[in-house]
Design a protein around this ligand. Sequence first.
Ligand code: GTP
Ligand code: MG
Length: 218
Amino acid sequence: VTAPRIVEVRRGVLEGNDVRAGRLRARFRESGVTAINLVSSPGTGKTRLLEELLRRMSAAHRVGALVGDCATDNDAVRLARSGAPVRQIVTEGMCHLEADLVERHLEGFPEVDVLFIENVGNLVCPSSFDLGETLRLVLLSVTEGEDKPLKYPSIFASADLAVLTKCDLAEACEFDRDVALAAIDAVHPGLTVIETSARTGAGLDLLIDHLLPVPARS
Ligand SMILES: Nc1nc2c(ncn2[C@@H]2O[C@H](COP(=O)(O)OP(=O)(O)OP(=O)(O)O)[C@@H](O)[C@H]2O)c(=O)[nH]1
Ligand SMILES: [Mg+2]
């Protein structure tokens, strides 16, 4: 009896979010900001990768980051060590970021050319919530299992670029690269995949080349 109402409320939430995301997208475009939304399951290496990207990119660009977590400011503390402006968004249990949270945390935030937004670790919910980003990056680590794109297709389908993380651990995990790449291609044909290790630095310069300049999302 209650199911149709739940669907209705959910649709209302998503529509409200889309309006606010549209506003953010226009604002990013007008001020020339490249906003990059990082999505993945918990522990894939979003923060570790961002630590490296902020450090490498800050010489040539004004970079900053918002980082979402259910609780703690651990990730903001880690990212702030780069010297870039960083703000933690504590969602108090919510499993994804929404556009209004991003809007609110940008109040008084320094002007940047590239704004990274680390989403809450979750392979399902963040895919439905547009943050007005220029580019959505999905991360998959070699420790997660090659079939994750097939099990959680929507997040891979909605991404503009995929990043394979922790490639330094591939052998220890008996990671089957071909199977993983085929799984990504099955849910998002033609999606570019950059193979990286934040630990060794492999693939990071190539990734940065793919981030800048980025085409505007429509
Ligand atoms: N060996 C290795 N370990 C990595 C690499 N990247 C991340 N890790 C480790 O993986 C663990 C999780 O990394 P985080 O960067 O915290 O992952 P996250 O995606 O930000 O996690 P949440 O914010 O909780 O969703 C940490 O112990 C990292 O040091 C990598 O390239 N190689
Ligand atoms: Mg993190």
